[in-house]
Design a protein around this ligand. Structure first.
Ligand SMILES: [Zn+2]
Length: 261
């Protein structure tokens, strides 16, 4: 599932082929942007901000600078390949095509696609970015502790408090801290949770496969996420799957009822 580390790595992949390059062709396959054309424009930078990806395009004599803002949500991914190479996903799933003289970047199944005149203002609501150059653990801790009655499981997913953690990481973080996900923030050592989140995302930012156990074997990578009714790797109690989140936005969470009581 795409989380902050996935988007960070995606930005690095796109940066390698797009940054400083002139777009020969662009296509937006989303309602509202179908007539947008960035051909002839230069990509100035590519960066991630939490789970958001920004591809910044230089202005011209007659057009202002603009930023392509995308979010992978549950299913999205970007593929990069030399021009003329066959796509690895069906064309009808493509939402954006950007082509330079040598490479093509195709965004498939993207959850959000829009063009922003001022991306910093548009994303100003996000909390500190766990993988950002300006990462600030004290600020993240302060933002989370300002919600003492919220469960830690919900607070970890709230991108306004801290940006980058998704559903897999929140289960893994709660397990590694020995905290039940429904524990109120007031009863949690938030600074150590924030520190752990940073270390986990940082360790995984350059990996293709996410690992929280230190074991890269396919069925041993995670402590609890996706392991409903399987024995806890520490105490052999069966892992439980529940849902946790605001009404209508509840998502699966996995925990060990013994280790996290
Ligand atoms: Zn356990």
């Amino acid at each position: 599932m795409p989380e902050g580390d996935t988007v960070y790595r995606t930005a690095a992949d796109l940066r390698r082929i797009l940054e400083g390059k002139v777009l020969q062709h662009s296509q937006f396959r989303t309602p509202g942007l179908a007539t947008s054309d960035l051909a002839g424009r230069t990509v100035t930078s590519v960066r991630s901000r939490g789970k958001h990806l920004l591809i910044n395009i230089a202005g011209t004599a007659t057009q202002s600078a603009v930023s392509i803002h995308t979010h992978l949500k549950m299913e999205g991914e970007w593929h990069v390949h030399p021009v003329g190479t066959r796509w690895r996903k069906p064309a009808h799933k493509a939402r954006i095509v950007l082509r330079t003289s040598t490479h093509e970047a195709v965004g498939f199944d993207l959850g959000v696609v829009d063009l922003l005149a001022d991306p910093d203002a548009a994303l100003a609501y996000l909390g500190p970015d766990l993988l950002g150059d300006d990462w600030d653990p004290a600020k993240a801790t302060t933002r989370i502790t300002a919600h003492p009655g919220t469960t830690i499981g919900e607070a970890l997913l709230d991108q306004r408090l801290m940006a980058g953690v998704g559903n897999e990481y929140r289960s893994e973080i709660c397990f590694l801290r020995g905290v039940h996900p429904e524990t109120p923030v007031a009863d949690v050592d938030v600074a150590t949770v924030v520190d752990l989140a940073r270390r986990l995302l940082w360790a995984n930012k350059d990996r293709k496969v996410r690992v929280t156990t230190g074991n890269t074997a396919p069925h041993a990578r995670l402590w609890v996420y996706g392991r409903h009714r399987q024995p806890c790797r520490r105490c052999h109690t069966l892992i439980v799957r529940a849902t946790l989140g605001p009404p209508g936005q509840d998502r699966s969470i996995y925990f060990c009822p013994a280790c996290q009581s």
